[in-house]
Design a protein. Structure first.
Length: 357
């Protein structure tokens, strides 16, 4: 049976009358979304939350009185619901947007320019509907959020006995939080990792800064022709290119300028499928939190090649759509909470004698 979809009841919070009207016009065109109210301040939004009981909120960072970040923290603590941040600050103040993600926002969107409004409307509406239908977990402060175990830093495993395998991963919405939890758990001499990440370009610099300060392994942006090296994590997030795995037994990353694949670029499915073709059982695949189904077709190829396939479980995913689609396709070997994925990758990439020790 097709699951019954809940209507998205959205509260739009923005101090600009023009932007409130613009967001309202987007949602009014989408079946399944209803704007239950608009507010220009935290005080007004607080009253409307009680009166209209929205199940999703869009929230501006810059507002009179209590700003959006302060109100977000209050909402996550006292009346949690999925909150999507929308602000011009996400273009020039990515650090502010990162603070919003760390305080519990589902995602942060830059207010659109005249040239990208249709794509903005599509992405925002998709996320709002997913949030209303329970595909989104939200907020480190949310009362129903799962307890988060601190990442295990594998400093205690010098001389990791590597068996030659590498790992490919994917993440989109919620990926910032997932990577900040998972990657510090990989040791300085970890197996090579390549990650396809859908992320706003303005968020790349603060994410890389945080990862480099927290991860024992070296974290770099993917480069065309860069070999897969032990102790190195390559992140492919350029929206103009796809990242694929080239050659075996000396694999490298190749960046391709070509059309999106199922609306995704970089495409996780393309990364996974090329890993399956070039390496087969010498690859490990992991699909993390994300919206849509990017990665599922490629994960199917990985599973068929004999590679180990892993998904982040629904309780620790911020957005469970992509992992859920992979689980529904019966192509996942291990469905794990985020804190268990790094140890599982290390087990799969460790020589059998070392694993048994």
């Amino acid at each position: 049976m097709t699951p019954v979809r809940s209507k998205a009841r959205v509260l739009v919070v923005d101090d600009s009358l023009m932007m409130r009207a613009f967001f309202g016009s987007i949602f009014d065109r989408v079946p399944g979304i209803e704007v239950v109210g608009t507010a220009s301040s935290a005080d007004e939004a607080r009253r409307m939350m009680i009166q209209h009981r929205p199940n999703v909120m869009t929230l501006d960072v810059e507002m009179p009185g209590m700003n959006g970040l302060e109100f977000l923290e209050e909402v996550m603590r006292d009346r949690p619901l999925p909150v999507i941040m929308l602000s011009s600050l996400t273009q020039k103040g990515a650090e502010t947007s990162f603070q919003a993600l760390e305080r519990g926002a589902v995602d942060c969107f830059p207010k659109p320019t005249s040239g990208n409004r249709e794509e903005f409307a599509r992405r925002l509406s998709t996320l709002v509907i997913a949030a209303a239908n329970g595909a989104v977990r939200f907020g480190r402060y949310a009362k129903d959020a799962p307890a988060r175990a601190p990442a295990s830093h594998h400093h205690a495993h010098p001389g990791f006995d590597w068996n030659g395998k590498f790992t490919v991963m994917s993440a989109s919405t919620g990926g910032v939080d997932a990577l900040l939890q998972l990657l510090p758990g990989l040791p300085v001499d970890c197996p090579p990792v390549v990650i396809s990440l859908q992320i706003e370009p303005d968020f790349v610099a603060p994410l890389m800064q945080r990862l480099k300060s927290r991860c024992p392994a070296k974290v770099v942006l993917a480069e065309d022709g860069r070999p897969l090296r032990r102790g190195e994590i390559q992140i492919a997030c350029d929206p103009a290119t796809h990242a694929v795995i080239d050659r075996w037994p000396d694999p490298s990353v190749k960046l391709l300028r070509s059309d999106p694949v199922n609306s995704a670029r970089p495409s996780a499915s393309l990364l996974f499928a090329t890993a399956a073709k070039t390496a087969g059982t010498n690859a490990v695949g992991a699909i993390l939190t994300g919206i849509g189904s990017d990665g599922v077709a490629g994960m199917k190829a990985l599973r068929a090649s004999g590679a180990l396939t892993i998904s982040q479980d629904s309780l620790t995913c911020l957005v469970d759509q992509a992992p859920a689609a992979a689980r529904a396709a019966n192509i996942i070997d291990l469905d794990l909470p985020i804190e268990a994925i790094a140890p599982a990758i290390l087990d799969a990439c460790r020589r059998a004698a070392d694993a048994a020790a």
